[in-house]
Design a protein around this ligand. Structure first.
Ligand SMILES: CC(C)(COP(=O)(O)OP(=O)(O)OC[C@H]1O[C@@H](n2cnc3c(N)ncnc32)[C@H](O)[C@@H]1OP(=O)(O)O)[C@@H](O)C(=O)NCCC(=O)NCCS
Length: 215
Protein backbone atom coordinates (compact mmCIF):
# COMPACT_ATOMS: atom_id res chain seq x y z
CA UNK A 1 0.00 0.00 0.00
CA UNK A 2 1.43 3.44 -0.93
CA UNK A 3 2.26 5.95 1.81
CA UNK A 4 0.23 9.18 1.86
CA UNK A 5 0.87 12.58 3.43
CA UNK A 6 -1.96 15.10 3.80
CA UNK A 7 -1.21 18.80 3.53
CA UNK A 8 -3.18 21.16 5.85
CA UNK A 9 -4.70 20.06 9.16
CA UNK A 10 -8.20 21.01 7.99
CA UNK A 11 -11.74 19.68 8.16
CA UNK A 12 -11.23 18.39 4.63
CA UNK A 13 -8.11 16.52 5.81
CA UNK A 14 -10.23 14.83 8.48
CA UNK A 15 -12.68 13.74 5.78
CA UNK A 16 -9.83 12.43 3.63
CA UNK A 17 -8.44 10.52 6.62
CA UNK A 18 -11.81 8.87 7.19
CA UNK A 19 -12.10 7.97 3.50
CA UNK A 20 -8.60 6.55 3.23
CA UNK A 21 -8.90 4.52 6.42
CA UNK A 22 -12.16 3.05 5.21
CA UNK A 23 -10.93 2.21 1.71
CA UNK A 24 -7.42 1.07 2.64
CA UNK A 25 -6.27 2.92 -0.50
CA UNK A 26 -3.21 4.40 1.29
CA UNK A 27 -1.22 4.16 4.48
CA UNK A 28 -1.29 7.64 6.07
CA UNK A 29 2.16 8.76 7.28
CA UNK A 30 0.94 12.06 8.75
CA UNK A 31 -0.10 15.64 8.09
CA UNK A 32 1.99 18.70 7.17
CA UNK A 33 0.81 22.14 8.27
CA UNK A 34 2.57 25.52 8.40
CA UNK A 35 1.13 26.41 11.82
CA UNK A 36 4.15 25.83 14.09
CA UNK A 37 1.81 25.50 17.07
CA UNK A 38 0.37 22.29 15.63
CA UNK A 39 3.64 20.45 14.99
CA UNK A 40 3.94 17.42 17.26
CA UNK A 41 0.19 17.25 17.95
CA UNK A 42 -2.27 14.80 16.43
CA UNK A 43 -5.52 15.18 14.50
CA UNK A 44 -7.93 12.25 14.45
CA UNK A 45 -5.05 9.97 15.43
CA UNK A 46 -2.70 11.19 12.70
CA UNK A 47 0.54 13.02 13.56
CA UNK A 48 1.20 16.58 12.43
CA UNK A 49 4.79 16.22 11.31
CA UNK A 50 5.94 19.75 10.42
CA UNK A 51 5.61 22.45 7.76
CA UNK A 52 4.42 21.93 4.18
CA UNK A 53 7.94 22.16 2.75
CA UNK A 54 8.78 18.93 4.63
CA UNK A 55 6.95 17.10 1.82
CA UNK A 56 10.36 16.96 0.14
CA UNK A 57 11.71 14.93 3.08
CA UNK A 58 9.39 11.98 2.36
CA UNK A 59 10.38 11.08 -1.22
CA UNK A 60 8.48 7.78 -1.24
CA UNK A 61 5.15 9.17 -0.04
CA UNK A 62 2.32 10.45 -2.21
CA UNK A 63 0.79 13.81 -1.22
CA UNK A 64 -2.68 15.33 -1.37
CA UNK A 65 -3.45 18.98 -0.58
CA UNK A 66 -6.47 19.26 1.74
CA UNK A 67 -7.11 23.02 1.70
CA UNK A 68 -10.83 23.64 1.13
CA UNK A 69 -10.45 26.71 -1.10
CA UNK A 70 -9.10 26.15 -4.61
CA UNK A 71 -6.95 29.28 -4.48
CA UNK A 72 -5.33 28.00 -1.30
CA UNK A 73 -4.59 24.64 -2.91
CA UNK A 74 -3.10 26.41 -5.93
CA UNK A 75 -0.83 28.49 -3.70
CA UNK A 76 0.59 25.40 -2.00
CA UNK A 77 1.03 23.49 -5.27
CA UNK A 78 2.87 26.48 -6.80
CA UNK A 79 5.10 26.82 -3.74
CA UNK A 80 6.00 23.12 -3.78
CA UNK A 81 6.65 23.24 -7.53
CA UNK A 82 9.10 26.08 -6.87
CA UNK A 83 10.94 23.76 -4.45
CA UNK A 84 11.19 21.07 -7.15
CA UNK A 85 8.30 18.87 -5.94
CA UNK A 86 7.22 16.70 -8.91
CA UNK A 87 3.58 16.41 -10.03
CA UNK A 88 3.87 12.61 -10.13
CA UNK A 89 3.93 12.59 -6.33
CA UNK A 90 0.35 13.89 -6.02
CA UNK A 91 -2.20 11.21 -5.17
CA UNK A 92 -5.87 11.16 -6.10
CA UNK A 93 -8.04 9.96 -3.20
CA UNK A 94 -11.28 8.27 -4.21
CA UNK A 95 -13.83 7.01 -1.69
CA UNK A 96 -14.60 3.31 -1.99
CA UNK A 97 -18.24 4.13 -2.86
CA UNK A 98 -17.25 5.99 -6.05
CA UNK A 99 -17.22 4.27 -9.43
CA UNK A 100 -15.03 5.74 -12.18
CA UNK A 101 -16.63 4.62 -15.46
CA UNK A 102 -14.46 3.93 -18.47
CA UNK A 103 -14.27 7.09 -20.56
CA UNK A 104 -13.98 9.42 -17.56
CA UNK A 105 -10.58 11.12 -17.25
CA UNK A 106 -9.27 12.23 -13.89
CA UNK A 107 -5.96 13.92 -13.10
CA UNK A 108 -3.76 14.00 -10.02
CA UNK A 109 -4.19 15.54 -6.57
CA UNK A 110 -7.99 15.16 -6.62
CA UNK A 111 -10.27 14.24 -3.72
CA UNK A 112 -13.58 12.47 -4.42
CA UNK A 113 -15.55 11.83 -1.21
CA UNK A 114 -18.44 9.44 -0.58
CA UNK A 115 -21.13 8.74 -3.15
CA UNK A 116 -19.85 11.09 -5.83
CA UNK A 117 -21.35 10.04 -9.17
CA UNK A 118 -19.62 10.38 -12.54
CA UNK A 119 -21.79 9.20 -15.41
CA UNK A 120 -20.06 9.25 -18.84
CA UNK A 121 -17.08 11.06 -20.40
CA UNK A 122 -16.50 13.36 -17.42
CA UNK A 123 -13.10 15.08 -17.42
CA UNK A 124 -11.58 16.27 -14.14
CA UNK A 125 -8.27 18.16 -14.06
CA UNK A 126 -5.90 18.29 -11.09
CA UNK A 127 -6.34 19.23 -7.41
CA UNK A 128 -10.13 19.26 -7.68
CA UNK A 129 -12.19 18.61 -4.52
CA UNK A 130 -15.54 16.86 -4.91
CA UNK A 131 -17.48 16.56 -1.65
CA UNK A 132 -20.09 13.91 -0.83
CA UNK A 133 -23.08 13.28 -3.05
CA UNK A 134 -21.99 15.42 -6.01
CA UNK A 135 -23.27 14.36 -9.45
CA UNK A 136 -21.20 15.12 -12.57
CA UNK A 137 -22.88 14.02 -15.78
CA UNK A 138 -21.98 13.32 -19.40
CA UNK A 139 -19.30 15.46 -21.04
CA UNK A 140 -18.73 17.74 -18.04
CA UNK A 141 -15.28 19.32 -17.93
CA UNK A 142 -13.81 20.45 -14.61
CA UNK A 143 -10.62 22.50 -14.60
CA UNK A 144 -7.84 22.44 -11.99
CA UNK A 145 -8.49 23.55 -8.39
CA UNK A 146 -12.28 23.66 -8.73
CA UNK A 147 -14.28 22.80 -5.58
CA UNK A 148 -17.72 21.19 -5.33
CA UNK A 149 -19.47 21.33 -1.93
CA UNK A 150 -21.79 18.49 -0.95
CA UNK A 151 -24.74 17.71 -3.18
CA UNK A 152 -23.87 19.81 -6.26
CA UNK A 153 -25.34 18.58 -9.55
CA UNK A 154 -24.16 19.48 -13.05
CA UNK A 155 -26.20 18.87 -16.19
CA UNK A 156 -24.43 17.45 -19.23
CA UNK A 157 -21.75 19.39 -21.10
CA UNK A 158 -21.09 21.88 -18.29
CA UNK A 159 -17.63 23.47 -18.00
CA UNK A 160 -16.35 24.54 -14.59
CA UNK A 161 -13.35 26.86 -14.67
CA UNK A 162 -10.12 26.84 -12.71
CA UNK A 163 -10.61 27.39 -8.95
CA UNK A 164 -14.37 27.93 -9.27
CA UNK A 165 -16.38 27.12 -6.12
CA UNK A 166 -19.89 25.61 -6.19
CA UNK A 167 -21.75 25.80 -2.85
CA UNK A 168 -23.79 23.01 -1.28
CA UNK A 169 -26.74 21.68 -3.29
CA UNK A 170 -26.35 24.13 -6.14
CA UNK A 171 -27.12 22.92 -9.64
CA UNK A 172 -26.04 24.01 -13.11
CA UNK A 173 -28.07 23.74 -16.29
CA UNK A 174 -26.71 21.62 -19.12
CA UNK A 175 -24.25 23.20 -21.56
CA UNK A 176 -23.55 26.26 -19.40
CA UNK A 177 -20.24 27.38 -17.89
CA UNK A 178 -19.04 28.54 -14.49
CA UNK A 179 -16.03 30.77 -15.08
CA UNK A 180 -12.61 30.60 -13.46
CA UNK A 181 -12.64 31.75 -9.86
CA UNK A 182 -16.42 32.19 -9.82
CA UNK A 183 -18.53 31.30 -6.76
CA UNK A 184 -22.00 29.77 -6.86
CA UNK A 185 -23.95 30.06 -3.57
CA UNK A 186 -25.64 27.26 -1.66
CA UNK A 187 -28.85 26.10 -3.30
CA UNK A 188 -28.41 28.23 -6.42
CA UNK A 189 -29.94 27.18 -9.74
CA UNK A 190 -27.59 28.33 -12.50
CA UNK A 191 -29.35 28.78 -15.84
CA UNK A 192 -26.79 30.93 -17.70
CA UNK A 193 -23.00 31.25 -17.90
CA UNK A 194 -21.43 32.64 -14.71
CA UNK A 195 -18.60 35.03 -15.68
CA UNK A 196 -15.13 34.47 -14.22
CA UNK A 197 -14.67 35.82 -10.72
CA UNK A 198 -18.34 36.63 -10.05
CA UNK A 199 -20.52 35.34 -7.17
CA UNK A 200 -24.00 34.19 -8.15
CA UNK A 201 -26.80 33.13 -5.77
CA UNK A 202 -30.50 32.27 -5.79
CA UNK A 203 -33.12 30.67 -7.99
CA UNK A 204 -32.58 31.49 -10.78
CA UNK A 205 -29.03 32.46 -9.91
CA UNK A 206 -27.99 36.10 -10.35
CA UNK A 207 -24.83 38.06 -9.52
CA UNK A 208 -24.57 39.22 -5.91
CA UNK A 209 -24.68 42.98 -5.86
CA UNK A 210 -21.95 44.34 -3.60
CA UNK A 211 -22.47 47.62 -1.73
CA UNK A 212 -20.48 50.43 -3.39
CA UNK A 213 -17.70 51.82 -1.19
CA UNK A 214 -18.49 55.37 -0.11
CA UNK A 215 -15.53 57.72 -0.63
C1 LIG B 1 -22.61 32.84 -1.83
C2 LIG B 1 -21.74 33.00 -0.62
C3 LIG B 1 -20.29 32.62 -0.97
C4 LIG B 1 -21.79 34.47 -0.25
O1 LIG B 1 -21.06 34.71 0.89
P1 LIG B 1 -20.61 36.21 1.24
O2 LIG B 1 -19.71 36.73 0.17
O3 LIG B 1 -20.08 36.18 2.65
O4 LIG B 1 -21.92 37.07 1.11
P2 LIG B 1 -23.02 37.44 2.19
O5 LIG B 1 -23.29 36.35 3.17
O6 LIG B 1 -22.63 38.80 2.73
O7 LIG B 1 -24.31 37.59 1.28
C5 LIG B 1 -24.41 38.57 0.25
C6 LIG B 1 -25.87 38.62 -0.17
O8 LIG B 1 -26.19 37.38 -0.83
C7 LIG B 1 -27.23 36.68 -0.12
N1 LIG B 1 -26.87 35.27 -0.12
C8 LIG B 1 -25.71 34.71 0.34
N2 LIG B 1 -25.69 33.42 0.10
C9 LIG B 1 -26.84 33.12 -0.52
C10 LIG B 1 -27.39 31.92 -1.03
N3 LIG B 1 -26.71 30.76 -0.95
N4 LIG B 1 -28.60 31.98 -1.64
C11 LIG B 1 -29.28 33.16 -1.73
N5 LIG B 1 -28.81 34.33 -1.27
C12 LIG B 1 -27.60 34.30 -0.67
C13 LIG B 1 -27.24 37.29 1.27
O9 LIG B 1 -28.51 37.19 1.88
C14 LIG B 1 -26.86 38.72 0.97
O10 LIG B 1 -27.98 39.39 0.45
P3 LIG B 1 -28.26 40.95 0.81
O11 LIG B 1 -27.07 41.70 0.28
O12 LIG B 1 -29.53 41.24 0.08
O13 LIG B 1 -28.36 41.01 2.30
C15 LIG B 1 -22.17 32.09 0.58
O14 LIG B 1 -23.35 32.55 1.19
C16 LIG B 1 -22.37 30.64 0.17
O15 LIG B 1 -23.43 30.23 -0.31
N6 LIG B 1 -21.30 29.86 0.38
C17 LIG B 1 -21.26 28.43 0.13
C18 LIG B 1 -21.22 27.70 1.47
C19 LIG B 1 -21.04 26.22 1.29
O16 LIG B 1 -21.53 25.59 0.40
N7 LIG B 1 -20.29 25.66 2.22
C20 LIG B 1 -19.91 24.29 2.18
C21 LIG B 1 -18.81 24.08 3.16
S1 LIG B 1 -18.15 22.45 2.99
Amino acid sequence: MADLILIAASGLAREVLATVRDSGQFDVVGILDDDPGRAGTTMDGSHILGPVSDALNYPDAKVVVCVGAGGGRAGIVERLAGLGFPDRRYATVVDASVRLPEGCRIGHGNILLGHVTLTADVTIGNHVVVMPGVTLTHDDVVEDFATFAAGVSLGGGVRVGRAAYLGMNSCVRERTAVGAGATVGMGAVVLADVPAGETWVGVPARAVKRAMAVA
